[in-house]
Design a protein around this ligand. Structure first.
Ligand code: PLP
Length: 385
């Protein structure tokens, strides 16, 4: 049996899979099992900001794997302590603590639970078009009906309002609202850019009414949008900030950063066995070193500006709009995106969808200018063919 046949026979079947077997990655390049090379604009769904197998991250993982892999939080650990201190030093505002988990979903789940703990209120307001993960709590905050419906009833107390609509948010935040959860740029929902005035006004409404603001930076964090965190574009100071994806260079990790207004976090109220394991913490420390040493948030801003301008110059009736912030870029098409992803792969470029019509590019931030030009040329050929 081929690799794809073996996977299709034995995997659960709940994930969709393309007919390509990837066996190696380096920087912004991937190789399949036939030795074919691709420029990677999937970026491990936005986890590969420092590039695949960055030597600094690989070396840190190697070293830590020979020292200590697992250490539950019931014990202290030197590497975990260093990472917590480092994360807090990078976070916007006065976020002084962090909870460590293993994925974006877990980071969101922690934020939702901490908001209820802190306020004693049940309500969560989320936005239409949002994606926050697929566990029962995170899924309750996610908008997409096709992900939600098969699992209903979901967690009570959640409602969704139109994104970038301040009047709708004003109406939704009440005395029973524990938190509002928003993305600065909606990723899975179609690369929808949050309006800065709207986001700041929502923060003010939360403060006025005793609700907490959760900004989900799982996809936007760690340089993706041209700042270390997308909150920095607008001076936002969230109370809870879930992060994950590229935090540890591709090793599974998530974290929920916690601001000073969050209360009542007592021992025993939440936890997970693998969260804060030294192997992932070492990978994360090395990833943060690379992000800073190579100034990757600034690189994302410079490269993203060039790519967006280049894509906007493509003359194609298929393109409705090109949107983006940093290297989080969406090309909204007038048709379903799937055949164009396949055509791009045939051109040697891997990209991903966002919703049903948006072609999304999430390349590693280390991608070269030359590779970006090749990607844009391929997109132009595919969308004007
Ligand atoms: C904004 C956002 N939040 C949460 C998640 C869930 O993260 P994970 O897939 O690591 O559980 C994602 C995943 O794409 C995301 O984009």
């Amino acid at each position: 049996m081929t690799t794809i046949e073996t996977e299709s026979r034995y995997r659960s079947g709940v994930e969709s899979q393309r007919d390509v077997v990837i066996v190696r990655g380096q920087g912004a390049r991937l190789w399949d099992d036939a030795g074919r090379e691709y420029i990677d604009c999937v970026g491990g769904h936005g986890t590969a900001n420092v590039g695949h197998c960055h030597p600094t991250v690989v070396e840190a993982i190697r070293r830590q794997a020979g020292t200590l892999i697992i250490c539950p939080t019931v014990f202290g650990n030197d590497v975990r302590a260093r990472l917590l201190e480092r994360l807090v030093s990078l976070a916007p505002g006065n976020m002084g603590r962090a909870y460590l988990g293993n994925s974006g979903t877990e980071a969101v789940e922690a934020a939702l639970k901490f908001a209820r703990l802190s306020t004693g209120r049940p309500g969560i307001v989320a936005a239409k078009g949002s994606f926050h993960g697929r566990s029962m709590g995170a899924l309750s905050a996610t908008w997409e009906p096709k992900y939600r419906r098969p699992y209903e009833p979901l967690v009570p107390g959640f409602q969704h309002v139109a994104y970038n609509d301040l009047a709708a948010m004003d109406e939704a935040i009440g005395e029973d609202t524990a938190a509002v959860i928003l993305e600065v740029v909606q990723g899975e929902g179609g690369v929808n850019i949050g309006d800065g005035d709207y986001l700041c006004a929502v923060q003010d409404l939360c403060r006025e009414r005793g609700a907490l603001l959760i900004v989900d930076e799982v996809q936007t964090g760690f340089g993706r949008t041209g700042r270390m965190f997308a909150c920095e574009h607008h001076g936002l100071e969230p109370d809870l900030m879930p992060v994950a994806k590229s935090i540890a260079g591709g090793v599974p990790m998530g974290a929920c950063l916690i601001g000073p207004r969050v209360e009542n976090l007592q021992p025993g109220l939440h936890g997970t066995t693998f969260g804060g394991n030294p192997l992932a913490c070492a990978a994360a420390l090395a990833t943060l070193d690379v992000l800073e040493a190579e100034d990757l948030p600034a690189e994302a801003e410079r490269k993203g500006r060039w790519v967006i301008e280049r894509l906007r110059a493509i003359d194609s009736r298929l393109i409705r709009e090109v949107r983006g912030l940093g290297l989080m870029i969406g090309i909204d098409l007038r048709k379903r995106v799937t055949p164009y992803l396949k055509a791009l792969a045939d051109e040697g470029v891997m990209a991903l969808p966002a919703g049903s019509t948006v072609l999304r590019l999430l390349p590693p931030l280390v991608i070269s200018d030359e590779d970006l030009a090749t990607v844009c040329d391929a997109v132009e050929r595919v969308l004007t063919a």
